[in-house]
Design a protein around this ligand. Structure first.
Ligand code: SF4
Ligand code: SF4
Length: 369
């Protein structure tokens, strides 16, 4: 395939058909209950044509429109995280063996290969961080690994960021540079297609695409540049570990705690948060039990329960833990900040707490920023 090809709009269904023919279940953005979510799609009619998004702190509104564009929306609450790191899943089970002894067996998922259409640059960056957490250590998470290996990503460069987006300041968007199998730039009459992997090139080759023209590529590049220029929020650059920890007693932690409900919404929608808890569930109708993992949040009391006490007993401690870990300690653990600038924690916080505002308030008067 040529490096940049052109897929006419009326042939978009061919891409879906080719993915399914190659064995992938196809997930894509769908307007449901007023939000954009990733779910099964069968045809181009399932996609949110013409839908645009107005997102503000604590508010999200998706509005239908007449445009033929399928990807003119800004991200909804759901990232790629639940596709590979399930909100609830069984890790292993225990049952009595033939001789009465306990037998333990791993519950590795048998999910089919999945192709996700519409992933944004910020979510690709977040997935890379999750890969680092779940796959790069001494222990590799088998459930995550199996789903990740079978994941085919059709990314779409973002040209309609919300007012809450700040991926340009974290260096993660709005254009995608890696981490995809296919990358689309949407124009009025179709899509510029670029392959980012061998399997992506195979899918594109099967579509028999024509070359994209220089004018089409220029139009696509300019749209991404405009999307970056539209972003007004930002996060201070660099490793914030030391300046944040030096302000662990700053008065802003108490001030934000007076607004924060400790609901954990910000951590559930955050594409990089990976905290989880585990528990056992006994079968009621037979012997045995399953060991279950589920998403947890550093905003819950239980998440800091250690040796008989909750060590982050107040909301100010939990908000401080979240922000200083995300923007500070991640640099020590993963070599970069844990924030990719998607803005979801701002939009889906019921009281509109804004991480970009809070970090600047804590870092007030610091010379470096
Ligand atoms: S901290 Fe907020 S803006 Fe940053 S990646 Fe998480 S949800 Fe997105
Ligand atoms: S910052 Fe907002 S979303 Fe996060 S726990 Fe507090 S109230 Fe909930």
């Amino acid at each position: 395939m040529t490096q940049h090809a052109f897929l006419p709009r009326h042939k978009f269904d061919d891409l879906l058909a080719q993915l399914r023919q190659s064995g992938y279940r196809t997930l894509g953005p769908v307007l449901r209950d007023g939000a954009i979510v990733y779910t099964d799609i069968a045809a181009v009619e399932d996609l949110p044509a013409g839908v645009t998004v107005n997102a503000q702190p604590g508010a999200f509104r998706a509005t239908p429109g007449d445009s033929p564009r399928l990807f003119a929306w800004a991200n909804g609450p759901q990232a790629l995280k639940p596709v590979v790191f399930k909100p609830v899943e069984t890790l292993w089970q225990a049952q009595p063996g033939a001789g009465g002894e306990l037998e333990f067996s791993a519950a590795v998922p048998i999910d089919e290969p999945v192709a996700v259409l519409g992933a944004r640059a910020c979510d690709l960056a977040a997935l890379k961080l999750q890969d680092r957490h779940f796959l790069n250590g001494e222990y590799r998470d088998p459930c995550y690994m199996q789903r990740r290996r079978q994941l085919f990503l059709v990314a779409v460069n973002c040209t309609h960021p919300a007012s809450t987006c700040f991926c340009a300041s974290t260096g993660d968007g709005p254009g995608a540079s890696r981490g995809y199998d296919l990358l689309l730039d949407e124009l009025d009459d179709g899509f510029i297609v670029a392959a980012g992997s061998d399997r992506g090139a195979q899918i594109a080759a099967a579509l028999c695409l024509q070359d994209a023209t220089d004018a089409q590529r220029r139009e696509a590049d300019e749209a991404v540049q405009r999307a970056a220029a539209q972003q007004t929020r930002s996060i201070p650059p660099g490793d914030l570990h030391d300046p944040l920890l030096a302000r662990r007693d700053h008065g802003r932690w108490l001030e934000v705690a007076e607004r924060c409900l400790a609901c954990g919404n910000c951590t559930q929608v955050c594409p990089t948060c990976f905290c989880n808890s585990e528990h056992d569930e006994n079968f009621l109708d037979r012997d045995g039990s399953v060991h279950v993992r589920q998403w947890d949040s550093c905003f819950t009391a239980g998440h800091s329960y250690i040796h008989g006490m909750v060590i982050r007993s107040e909301t100010r401690h939990r908000y401080r833990q979240w922000l200083t870990h995300k923007l500070g300690s991640w640099h020590r653990q993963y070599g970069r900040s844990g924030c990719v600038g998607c803005g979801r924690c701002i939009v889906w916080c019921p009281v509109g707490i804004d991480i970009t505002e809070e970090v600047r308030a804590v870092l007030e008067n610091i010379d470096d920023f």
